[in-house]
Design a protein around this ligand. Structure first.
Ligand code: MN
Length: 323
């Protein structure tokens, strides 16, 4: 059932022993919302715990400061944040929590309505935007720590306010978070101006792998497990890779094919107008936003690339005929 912010706030107020779920391969938005919500709930003296299927890398550690460990309780209320599809929690968690998620707070238009209650704002650039309003409805003051969490969500999901999803409202909310004490310069330095040496090595291999198609309108990058081994990098620091292909002049569709340990491929698609990334990924079993979407394909690399290129070609042909 679709609900509004006030209803979501009262559900959270009425319940206790709350489990907060973030999506696997966590990013700044899902963790900013997750930990931001944890801080809010603890201000309301609730017991809560956050769960994420993958390791949370060091740069997100600051979000946990000041939270207390509520121990291992049996959850009575389960909230998923920034999770469009229950499968994005991880296969194991999807099985475990199927039919049990009480509330989902999300900004993906492609949300599959798997939760009992869904607070959805597809116009929000980041899910964290919704949490600014939620804090007000909960009557929780936005502390500097909460501001840091939510600002990180907004900044990372908008590519530091550069992506087309950024609205004037995004800036208004970010301004408010700065007034509440968000450490904007430090957050943006860590997330946008800093690369680990292993990541820099991976980025070089990624750029070396780039192939161009369709008169330079599509660029494809492949990240293999072998590249992780060679560079010393890992899956936890690949957030910035998908935008690389789209940065090339003339590219409308930037594709990243990332090999998982099980041999399947996570496809990330970043587009420029008029290409609809969400539409293409939906046809391949995934989803996302208009300019940033993804899917997972269980097939060898060449086959994955062929399937994705086929869909992109269809879109390009359509664009050509409507022009
Ligand atoms: Mn998000």
């Amino acid at each position: 059932m679709l609900i509004d912010v006030a209803r979501a706030a009262s559900l959270l107020r009425e319940n206790d022993d709350i489990l907060v779920l973030c999506h696997s391969h966590p990013d700044g938005d899902t963790l900013g919302c997750g930990f931001g919500l944890m801080h809010m709930l603890q201000k309301l003296n609730k017991r809560c715990r956050l769960e994420c299927a993958d390791i949370i890398v060091k740069k997100y550690q600051f979000m946990t400061e000041g939270l207390c460990d509520c121990g291992d309780f049996e959850p009575k209320f389960i909230v998923a944040v920034d999770v469009a599809d229950i499968k994005l929690l991880s296969d194991a968690s999807a099985q475990k929590y199927e039919g049990r998620i009480d509330l989902c707070i999300d900004h993906h238009g492609s949300n599959l309505h798997y939760a009992k209650n869904l607070l959805l704002d597809a116009s929000a650039a980041a899910c964290a935007e919704i949490f600014c309003e939620l804090a007000d409805e909960l009557g929780v003051e936005i502390t500097p720590k909460i501001a840091d969490c939510l600002y990180t969500g907004i900044s990372t999901d908008t590519g530091c306010f550069k992506f087309s999803n950024t609205t004037s409202h995004t800036h208004v909310l970010a301004a408010r978070l700065i007034d509440c004490g968000a450490d904007k310069a430090e957050i943006n330095r860590v997330f946008f101006e800093t690369k680990s040496r292993s990541y820099a090595a991976l980025e070089r291999l990624a750029l070396d792998s780039m192939r161009m198609y369709f008169d330079g309108r599509c660029a494809v990058i492949t990240i293999t497990q072998e590249m992780f081994r060679k560079s010393g990098s890992n899956d936890g620091e690949t957030d910035a890779i998908p935008s690389l292909a789209r940065q090339i002049e003339g590219v409308l569709a930037g594709v990243t094919l990332k090999e998982s340990k099980d041999g399947s491929f996570k496809v990330s698609l970043r587009t420029h107008a008029p290409m609809d990334a969400s539409k293409i990924c939906k046809r391949l079993g995934g989803g996302g936003h208009t300019r940033a979407a993804g899917c997972r394909i269980h097939a060898p690399c060449e086959e994955v690339e062929r399937l994705v290129l086929e869909q992109i070609k269809t879109e390009l042909d359509e664009i050509d005929t409507t022009e």
